[in-house]
Write a protein that binds this ligand. Structure first.
Ligand SMILES: Cc1cc2nc3c(=O)[nH]c(=O)nc-3n(C[C@H](O)[C@H](O)[C@H](O)COP(=O)(O)O)c2cc1C
Length: 162
């Protein structure tokens, strides 16, 4: 099954995870870029990103060329913001019809629970049963060998590439 890893990352942790997963699977990768970049420093970073997450915004994205119709399996990755998944992923899900595809979810957080982010994503995707999920804590800034094991275990649960 051809796999696409779709991610949004503000500070590089989810990017790091998405790239590791794509390399492990031999998958293609798509970075979501909001047209209006979120501030990435200081108070503004938490204020504007947090507000956007709490308000369940769907920020406009820069156009991308990838066609999800070409893929049978999609891995969706985003950081946890204010307990939920970061909003650029919401925009992607509004733009794309992923019904019938094999799905898997990845979040990176600073240590807070990914439960709400996963639950909200599954609700949006209308997934009722179990799907593979992976939660990493700041994997780029806090390098930990356990992350490699977790990534390999996660990838092992996904459909094989063809
Ligand atoms: C706006 C904002 C809100 C955040 N909210 C949370 C949170 O609720 N819980 C948590 O554990 N970490 C939170 N974090 C930390 C990030 O989830 C964490 O550092 C993540 O690894 C960042 O991913 P990135 O480097 O791909 O952007 C927040 C970070 C930002 C910028």
């Amino acid at each position: 099954m051809k796999t696409l890893v779709v991610y949004f990352s503000l500070e590089g942790n989810t990017k790091w995870a998405a790239e590791r997963i794509a390399a492990e699977l031999g998958a293609d990768i798509l970075a979501l870029e909001p047209k209006a970049a979120y501030p990435d420093k200081g108070f503004k970073k938490y204020f504007w990103g947090g507000k956007s997450s709490v308000m369940k915004e769907a920020p406009e994205l820069e156009p991308y060329k990838v066609k999800t119709a070409d893929y049978g399996q999609i891995v969706l990755a985003a950081p946890v913001w204010a307990g939920n998944f970061a909003p650029p992923l919401r925009t992607f899900l509004q733009l794309e019809d992923l019904s019938g595809k094999s799905l898997a979810l990845v979040t990176c957080s600073g240590g807070g629970s990914p439960a709400k982010a996963f639950a909200n994503l599954k609700e949006l995707l209308q997934v009722s049963g179990e799907i593979p999920t992976l939660w990493l804590v700041d994997p780029k800034s806090k390098q930990d060998p356990k992350n490699e094991t977790a990534i390999r275990e996660f990838c092992g649960r996904l459909g094989a590439q063809k």
